[in-house]
Design a protein around this ligand. Structure first.
Ligand code: THU
Length: 129
């Protein structure tokens, strides 16, 4: 697997800052954009549950605001017993900025455990109308 340590460190720091008082499930994400920069995000929950946002959404918003236009790689880190994959809504958000070669790296505190493509996780996606 390609060197992911910087991406992992950004995501890990973001995970530590997650605001998850309701689920107690902290998630961090880090995007490596086409302009070579890294942007991080964490989940931010709300007492009105549907207002909560995922780590991936935060990282993608930061990328767009920072001038990135495509996602080369996105790393997602969580603490569960099993590796998590981005939710359906976040897969659609990732797809919006993805390249054919975009990778989704799934990690726990120890490191990256699995790499998947957007198409594997969201086949037959809605991408044009
Ligand atoms: N969550 C993320 O931030 N990213 C994911 O890929 C899956 C779930 C958050 C949403 C909520 O704050 C908590 O994890 C539990 O679902």
């Amino acid at each position: 697997m390609k060197n992911y340590h910087q991406l992992f460190n950004f995501a890990s720091e973001a995970q530590n800052k997650a605001y998850a008082p309701y689920s107690h499930f902290k998630v961090g994400a880090a995007v490596e954009s086409d302009n070579g920069q890294i942007f991080a995000g964490c989940n931010v929950e709300n007492i009105s549950y549907p207002c909560g946002t995922c780590a991936e959404a935060g990282a993608i918003a930061a990328m767009v605001c920072g001038g990135g236009t495509k996602i080369r790689r996105i790393l997602v880190i969580s603490d569960g017993a099993t590796l998590i994959t981005p939710c359906g809504a976040c897969l659609q958000r990732i797809l919006e900025f993805s390249l054919p070669e975009t990778e989704i790296l799934l990690a726990d505190r120890e490191g990256v455990k699995k790499t998947m493509s957007v198409n594997e996780l969201l086949p037959n996606a809605f991408k044009e109308f």
